[in-house]
Design a protein around this ligand. Structure first.
Ligand code: FAD
Length: 385
C-alpha cells in the first residue's frame, strides 16, 4: 500500500505541474504532433517511468489506487502523457511478474528511471480483438530465435529500447498455446537489426507520441530475451492478458481524466458565456446537462477507484476492470461531446481544448479491448458466477 500522505503529496505536486506546465502548453505539441520531450523528462524526474515497478528495482511501487489517481491527473492535462508510460509499464509488469531474476535485474532498474523505455506489441494488421490469431513467428535456431512478421499499433515503438513482443513459436497448438512473449532489445529509432518502423501512423487524437507499424525481417534475438526462460513458451497470451488488466484500469483512469477535463471546461465556460441576458448555466437545459455530466463523471470515478481497490486487495478484477474501462471510456466520449456542445461554435475550434478531448476520447473505447470486448469480458464473468 502506498502511504496515504505520500500519495496525496505526490498527486498535489503533479496537479500543480499539470495546471502550470501541461494545460497551457499541450496544444503547442498536440496540434503539430510533436513529441513533448521536456514534459516527458519532467515525468521521469517525478519517477513516473517507475510508477508501478517494485522498489527493489528502483521503482515507486505505487499501489493501483494511487496509480489511477496519477493517470487520471496526467490525462486531465493531456491524455497522451498517460500513453507515454502505459505500454512501458505493461512491459515492465510482464518482466516483474513473469521474468527470471536475471531478466528483472537486466531491464527493470533502467526502465524505472526512464533511461530504458518499453513498449507492448500484441496487435497486428490482421489481429486486434482476436489476439490469438496473431501470426508473427519466432523460430528457434541454436541459442537464438529468428523473428519474422509485422506488428501494428506499437505505441512508443520508436523510443523503446525493449519491446514486449508476442509471437508464435512452432507448436502443435495453432491457437493461444503457441504464443510466447519475448522481451526484444533494440536501439531506439527507425531501424535496429532486422527491426524497422514500416509506418508512422497518423492519428485523429492521442498525438504527440508515436504509434507505429513495426516489421521484423529475420531479426535474431538471444535465448535470454525469451520472457521467463523455457517456462515462458506457450504462456505469452495468458501473461499478456493478465498484464492488460493493469492496462484496462489505466485506460479507465484516462477516461476519468479526460471526462474531468471536459466537465471542468464546460462548467467554467457555462458560467462565463452569456446568451439571452444571462450566463448560459442559468438556462435549465445547460444546467441539467452539467448535472448529468457531473453524475456520470462521479460514477466513472467510483467504478475506476473500486477496480483499483480490488486489485490492491488481491481480488480478481476482470469484472471490475472491464466495467470501469467500459463505463469510463464511454463517459469520456459522451462528456467530450457535451462539453463541445456547451461551447457552441467555440468548441469546434482549436482555440479551446474541448476539441482535443473530443478527438482523444474515442481511443479509450478502442485500446486495451474495445467496448464490445469489455462487454464480452463482463458477461462471461457474470455468467460464470
Ligand atoms: C492509437 C492506438 C494505439 C494502440 N496502441 C497499442 C499498443 O501499444 N500495443 C498493442 O498491442 N496494440 C495497440 N493498439 C491496438 C488496439 O488494442 C486494437 O486496435 C484493439 O484491440 C482493437 O483491435 P482492432 O483495431 O484490430 O479491431 P478489430 O478487432 O478488427 O475490431 C473491429 C470491430 O469489431 C468489433 N469486434 C471484434 N470482435 C468482436 C466480437 N467477438 N464481438 C463483438 N464485436 C467484436 C470490435 O469491438 C470493433 O468494433 C492501439 C490502437 C490504437 C488505435
Amino acid at each position: 500500500m502506498t502511504e496515504v500522505g505520500l500519495a496525496d503529496e505526490m498527486i498535489s505536486t503533479l496537479r500543480t505541474w499539470i495546471d502550470s506546465e501541461v494545460i497551457p502548453h499541450a496544444s503547442e505539441f498536440e496540434l503539430p504532433d510533436i513529441y513533448p520531450t521536456d514534459m516527458v523528462l519532467q515525468m521521469a524526474e517525478f519517477g513516473l517511468f517507475g510508477a508501478t515497478i517494485p522498489e527493489e528495482y528502483g521503482g515507486l511501487e505505487l499501489d493501483n489506487s494511487t496509480y489511477v489517481r496519477v493517470i487520471a491527473e496526467l490525462s486531465r492535462g493531456w491524455m497522451s502523457l498517460a500513453g507515454v508510460i502505459n505500454s512501458h509499464l505493461i512491459c515492465a509488469k510482464l518482466i516483474a511478474q513473469f521474468g527470471t531474476d536475471i531478466q528483472k535485474q537486466r531491464w527493470l532498474p533502467a526502465m524505472a528511471t526512464g533511461d530504458l523505455r518499453g513498449c507492448f506489441s500484441l496487435s497486428e494488421p490482421d489481429s486486434g480483438s482476436d489476439a490469438a490469431a496473431l501470426r508473427c513467428q519466432a523460430k528457434p535456431d541454436g541459442d537464438e530465435w529468428i523473428i519474422n512478421g509485422t506488428k501494428m499499433w506499437v505505441t512508443n515503438g520508436e523510443k523503446a529500447g525493449v519491446v514486449a513482443l508476442l509471437a508464435r513459436v512452432p507448436a502443435d497448438d495453432e491457437g493461444a498455446g503457441g504464443i510466447t512473449c519475448f522481451i526484444v532489445e533494440k536501439t531506439p529509432g527507425e531501424k535496429s537489426g532486422g527491426i524497422s518502423i514500416s509506418k508512422k501512423i497518423k492519428k485523429l487524437g492521442y498525438r504527440g507520441l508515436e504509434t507505429v507499424e513495426m516489421s521484423y525481417t529475420d531479426h535474431r534475438i538471444s535465448a535470454t530475451e525469451l520472457l521467463g526462460g523455457q517456462n515462458g513458451i506457450g504462456n505469452g497470451l495468458r501473461w499478456a492478458l493478465s498484464a492488460l488488466e493493469l492496462g484496462r484500469i489505466n485506460v479507465a483512469a484516462r477516461g476519468v481524466g479526460v471526462a474531468q477535463a471536459a466537465y471542468d471546461a464546460a462548467l467554467s465556460y457555462a458560467k462565463e458565456r452569456e446568451a439571452f441576458g444571462r450566463p448560459i448555466s442559468q438556462h435549465q437545459a445547460i444546467a441539467f446537462k452539467l448535472a448529468e455530466m457531473a453524475t456520470k463523471l462521479e460514477a466513472a470515478k467510483l467504478l475506476t477507484f473500486e477496480a483499483a481497490r480490488k486489485a490492491d486487495a488481491g481480488e480478481r478484477v476482470d469484472l471490475a476492470a472491464g466495467m470501469a474501462k467500459l463505463f469510463a471510456s464511454e463517459t469520456a466520449s459522451e462528456l467530450a461531446l457535451d462539453a463541445m456542445r456547451i461551447h457552441g461554435g467555440n468548441g469546434f475550434t482549436s482555440e479551446y481544448p474541448v476539441e482535443r478531448y473530443y478527438r482523444d476520447a474515442p481511443l479509450m473505447i478502442i485500446g486495451e479491448g474495445t467496448s464490445e470486448i469489455q462487454k464480452l469480458v463482463i458477461s462471461r464473468a457474470l455468467l460464470a458466477e
